[in-house]
Design a protein around this ligand. Structure first.
Ligand code: PRT
Ligand code: ZN
Length: 225
């Protein structure tokens, strides 16, 4: 059994958010011993345990109250929230802080040779994406009648493979789009990493610990400005 008195924080195990999230926890004075391949890491100086998981799992863990806090990209968080809302599953959380890393945008990109005359060009098209709920919301808001095609990987090759006409994927430098003969056309969502807390109330001790940690997070963010 896990110790329910210890604050549980979900962090991406391996990926773009891992190093910065763990560095932030260390910078606010949490000593951690992280051993490869283990799902859990205990702090040696605070009643805190880290749960090291895939980023896709973090919104659900927080929304189900399985962990108390999580570090996650807003793109993934918003997508999972829409997905859960559509099936009436718990989708609540509190955003504690927007962080200074993990920045990217979710954009629609089209093959270089494709004519583009505004978003209405997308009517009747298939758009490959890992974020169908965000994309469908965008279509709806803009009265576009297009189809989101779900792909969990290699989204950028979908037009060349004949699977879709366009793509909707995360962009940071734009190098991936360029390497695949695609050009960015519409930004549909801007994202950064955020620190979130579960919506369900915590014990007084846990909430007091979070309230002590947040000013330190602010201090670290300000020092980097
Ligand atoms: O294994 P796990 O599921 O945990 O990891 P993952 O592969 O799903 O996620 P990961 O580590 O790639 O990304 C985690 C989070 O980092 C994302 O959800 C975003 O919030 C954030 N982030 C920031 C990015 C990028 N920048 C980014 N550039 N996530 C992905 N990319 C990819 C993008 O999908 C595309 O393939 O990088 C490529 C584009 O980059 P540029 O620089 O060529 O434009
Ligand atoms: Zn993922």
């Amino acid at each position: 059994m896990s110790d329910s008195t210890r604050l549980k924080i979900a962090v991406q195990k391996k990926g773009r958010l891992s190093d910065d999230s763990i560095a932030l926890l260390k910078a606010i004075g949490i000593k951690l011993q992280i051993r490869d391949r283990l799902l859990i890491a205990h702090s040696t100086n605070q009643p805190i345990d880290l749960l090291l998981v895939r980023d896709d799992d973090i919104p659900g863990l927080v929304m189900d109250g399985v962990v108390d806090m999580g570090f996650i990209g807003e793109n993934e968080l918003e997508e999972k929230m829409l997905e859960r809302q559509s099936s009436n599953r718990p989708a609540e959380f509190k955003t504690l802080r927007r962080l200074d890393y993990g920045g990217c945008r979710l954009s629609i990109a089209i093959p270089n040779e494709m004519q583009y005359d505004g978003i209405k060009t997308l009517n009747g098209s298939k758009v490959a994406t890992t974020y169908p709920y965000l994309l469908e919301r965008y279509f709806k808001e803009n009265n576009i009648d297009a189809q989101a095609v779900m792909l969990t990987g290699s989204v950028e090759v979908a037009p060349r493979a004949g699977v879709a006409d366009a793509i909707c994927d995360l962009v940071s430098t734009g190098a991936t789009l360029e390497a695949n003969g695609l050009r960015e056309q519409e930004v549909i969502f801007e994202s950064k990493a955020v620190l979130i807390q579960r919506a369900q109330p915590l014990s007084d001790d846990k909430q007091a610990l979070i309230n002590r940690l947040l000013p330190r997070v602010d201090g670290v963010l300000q020092a980097k400005e």
